[in-house]
Design a protein around this ligand. Structure first.
Ligand SMILES: Nc1ncnc2c1ncn2[C@@H]1O[C@H](COP(=O)(O)OP(=O)(O)OP(=O)(O)O)[C@@H](O)[C@H]1O
Ligand SMILES: [Mg+2]
Length: 374
């Protein structure tokens, strides 16, 4: 009896301990459930689209939470969905194969075998013994447009007005680089579909707006456009503060404030910094200022990448990045305004700089690295 009580107590304290040790912050992947905060209006808005017959275009800079917010809206929506990241696609044949592979995840092969028989080019299908998922490949050299048409027709035909499927294309702007006139081809296919809704995500603002706002683009006014901003400070503060409390009972509020000041409420970098603050408190409890130590750790551990990046910037870009890091004016006469403007646009396109109401370096730790080297 005594032993049983002791064992229960021991187990309880062990659980509590591991709960205290487990890092409550997550970054780098789609976040769900307890790692996801706010975005209530955005989730409701996307849900509304998911329930309608319309298409949605969602734009934000990298790592603002597009994939997470869409995953949340789709979960429990009762609608089937498939996602393909165009950044990971290498050709039209590969796009067709990936679409089909994703399709098999939501439709057992036996149910759609009869539809595959309509394919003009029959794919090779094998079950991957490790994942249990279906691997799809097409013979090289076949007409890729036919593959894409057939796969799209299959997805359309397996659904109905009452049971529409959602296709999410992530990094949709890549469509322009994948193959010549693929945008036109895809749009022509989509035009005839009635059982598919599209959610098109992109992180390259200027390319995405060109695709959907330029009159001569095949995707001109294809759907409703939505932009995702940073997380609202108050909610994010509460989220961080509540979690930090287990290890920083006295200064959790203050720490959450300092994290958000440092990252400007950027979803990914805030979670990254909070996770590192947590790690410092567990692994190096002797550190007086966990936040300073966490920043130091991140900047130093990325030092090599930052150095490589830096070496590839030209002189104008280096000067602009240093000026942004220091909050210095850019129009000082050092460079013509047009040069600064086009360099900024390029830096923004490549994701190093973001613009909300002013230009800033996207990665606060890279900014820190630049400052330290000045
Ligand atoms: N609602 C949220 N609550 C808390 N953290 C979030 C939220 N949304 C995003 N994050 C943080 O940002 C990170 C990036 O999220 P996500 O991958 O969804 O962004 P993304 O815009 O799809 O990024 P990418 O440009 O890399 O595709 C997450 O791993 C998480 O740390
Ligand atoms: Mg994403």
């Amino acid at each position: 009896m005594f032993f049983r009580i002791f064992a229960a107590d021991y187990e309880k304290s062990r659980n509590e301990k591991s709960r205290n040790m487990e890092n409550p912050f997550k970054f780098g992947t789609i976040v769900e459930a307890e790692y996801f905060t706010d975005r209530i209006e955005e989730v409701a808005y996307i849900r509304h689209f998911v329930e309608s017959a319309n298409h949605l275009i969602l734009i934000s800079p990298r790592r603002f939470g597009k994939s997470s917010v869409v995953a949340k809206a789709l979960n429990n929506s009762g609608r089937k969905s498939i996602t393909v990241n165009l950044q990971q696609v290498t050709s039209v044949a590969d796009l067709s194969a990936k679409l089909l592979r994703e399709f098999f995840k939501v439709h057992p092969f036996e149910h759609i075998r009869h539809l595959i028989s309509h394919f003009r080019i029959i794919p090779a299908l094998t079950t991957n013994p490790i994942t249990g998922l279906m691997d799809v490949s097409f013979q090289p050299g076949v007409d890729a447009s036919i593959l894409l048409e057939d796969v799209m027709a299959l997805i359309e035909n397996a659904h109905s007005q009452q049971d529409r499927i959602i296709i999410v294309f992530d990094e949709f702007q890549e469509i322009l680089d994948l193959a010549p006139r693929l945008d036109k081809k895809l749009r022509a296919i989509m035009q005839k579909q009635e059982h598919i809704n599209y959610i098109l995500l992109g992180s390259q603002e200027s390319m995405m707006t060109d695709i959907f706002e330029k009159k001569k683009s095949p995707f001109y006014h294809f759907g409703e456009m939505m932009r995702l901003g940073k997380l609202p400070r108050e909610d994010f503060h509460r989220y961080l503060s509540e979690r930090l409390k287990t290890r920083f009972a006295d200064n959790n509020d203050d720490l959450a404030d300092r994290i958000l000041d440092y990252t400007g409420c950027h979803p990914y970098y805030s979670q990254q910094l909070a996770a590192n603050v947590w790690n410092i408190s567990v692994l190096q409890p002797e550190k007086e200022d966990a936040l300073e130590a966490a920043i130091d750790h991140i900047v130093i551990s990325h030092g090599l990448d930052y150095e490589r990046l830096w070496m590839n910037f030209n002189r104008t870009n280096k000067w602009i990045l240093q000026s942004l890091a220091k909050n210095r004016m850019l129009q000082t006469g050092e460079y013509p305004t047009s040069t600064i403007y086009s360099a900024l646009k390029r830096l923004q396109k490549d994701g190093y700089v973001i613009y909300s109401d002013h230009y800033e370096i996207e990665d606060p730790f890279f900014k820190e690295w630049v400052l330290r080297g000045m």
